[in-house]
Design a protein around this ligand. Structure first.
Ligand code: AMP
Length: 428
């Protein structure tokens, strides 16, 4: 199917062509005709499937086709959980709407509100917002939603994860009863469906790639190693791989900082983004990453939400996530919109349980690279087996019992039936 078969108006088709797209993605093929008809849509799709265009394009067309008089009023609201996603939706609207006279603006927290208020007061047709700043500006009287025609709730599952459910309900209470609703979520857990039920009326359900199957198009490999060797392996992998844009995930903010600092010190251009960094820093890092000024972006999971960098070739899980779905979200940053991508994971002794959960979720064993300079050593086990140290002042006791040699320790561990190396058979 081609975009030209979707009953889109010429200015939009021209903009799509200028973006270099000819074929709509599955979610676009399914959703666009319904949105154009005015039907409510329940969309099960995650970032990377082309879902932003799936709602942006038909909203632009609907609004462009309806006449309005006087000052512009907010006719469509797109509510999204993060600043990064809000900015990206704004960029999509600007791209697909470049030949239309539709105005939009993007508002989010963490920055001065004045420029946002100024653009709202100049009048907009489409408002893209994160919940906190939206409610704030509504309370201050800068935003009226009484003329709203189309409401989009984007990434509903993350909205819930991030604790925005009450804010979402507050926003919905401020909307006119008569409206079209588009609801998107990567998963359809019971509480998501419950929320959808309170918003949508007779929706059409459209669905693409459930979370566990995305992983299949991405090359995935895994290294078992000890924690202290992770920086060395990361450096080696980056040296070996040709990928120009690499996203590295850590579980913690400090971890992200440490890794970025280590890489920078060793001559790899990198930066970290996480919740403790200012909005300016995050945006700058993201821009540097997009224009390839830096090669590696180290991110925590929340900060990475919605990062949309085309041609991201490699994702490295420096630390495995403790929630298996997060693994799928992480590796979904690569291999987007049909491009191939690779994901490399580092797994230390303590992360084996996480690996087990991940492989269960993706119904797949991740290929292990066991020929590398930092194989997981026995010392993790030996540390556990090591007899308690004699008290410091009991010098005689420590003299009486000589310390076992490394060979003796390995022998002892083997005798007790403990594995000393974790190959494919003993993955966990
Ligand atoms: P999204 O799921 O909205 O985050 O989009 C993922 C990526 O796919 C973005 O970089 C889009 O620019 C790109 N994209 C959207 N629609 C298409 C299309 N029809 N063909 C190719 N790429 C697309």
């Amino acid at each position: 199917m081609l975009f030209t078969e979707l009953n889109l108006i010429q200015p939009i088709l021209r903009a799509i062509e200028e973006e270099g797209y000819t074929t709509p993605t599955p979610i676009q093929q399914q959703a666009i005709p319904h949105v154009l008809k005015g039907t409510d849509v329940l969309g099960c799709a995650q970032t990377g499937t082309g879902k932003t265009a799936a709602f942006s394009i038909p909203i632009l067309q609907q609004l462009a086709n309806k006449e309005f008089h006087g000052k512009r009023k907010i006719r469509s609201l797109i509510l999204t959980p993060t600043r990064e996603l809000a900015i990206q939706i704004g960029e999509s609207l600007a791209a697909y709407g470049r030949h239309l006279k539709i105005k939009h603006t993007v508002i989010f927290g963490g920055v001065n509100q004045n420029p946002q208020v100024n653009s709202l007061q100049a009048g907009v047709d489409i408002l893209v917002a994160t919940p906190g700043r939206l409610l704030d500006l509504m309370t201050q009287g800068y935003i009226s939603l009484s003329d709203l025609e189309i409401f989009v709730l984007d990434e509903a599952d993350r909205m819930l994860d991030m604790g925005f459910i009450h804010d979402v309900h507050k926003v919905i209470r401020a909307l006119p009863e008569e409206r079209q609703n588009l609801f998107f979520s990567a998963t359809m857990a019971p509480e998501i469906l419950k929320l959808a039920g309170t918003i949508l009326q007779d929706p059409i359900r459209v669905e693409v790639t459930p979370v566990s199957s995305t992983a299949e198009i991405i090359g995935q490999t895994l290294y078992f190693l000890d924690k202290h060797n992770k920086p060395n392996l990361l450096f080696d992998v980056l040296k070996e791989q040709t990928a120009q844009s690499v996203l590295v995930f850590t579980r913690t903010k400090h971890g992200a900082d440490r890794v970025a600092k280590y890489l920078t010190k060793n001559g790899v251009k990198s930066d970290a983004i996480h919740g403790n960094k200012s909005q300016n820093h995050r945006q700058r890092a993201l821009n540097n990453f997009k224009d390839k000024t830096i090669r590696v972006l180290v991110a925590t999971d929340i900060a990475a939400r919605g990062i949309d960098v085309e041609e991201m070739e490699l994702v490295i899980n420096y630390e495995l996530p403790n929630i298996p779905e997060t693994y799928v979200h992480r590796i979904g940053r690569t291999g987007r919109a049909g491009n191939s991508g690779n994901a490399i994971s580092f797994c230390d002794f303590e992360e084996k349980a996480y690996l087990k959960d991940i492989e269960k979720l993706i119904h797949q064993e991740i290929e292990v690279i066991d020929n590398h300079p930092y194989p997981m050593e026995v010392f993790e086990i030996i540390k556990k087996e090591r007899p308690a140290r004699p008290p410091r002042n009991d010098r005689n006791a420590s003299q009486k019992k000589p310390k076992p040699t490394v060979d003796q320790k390995v022998g002892a561990a083997k005798k007790k039936g403990k594995k000393t190396w974790f190959g494919k058979k003993d993955r966990y």
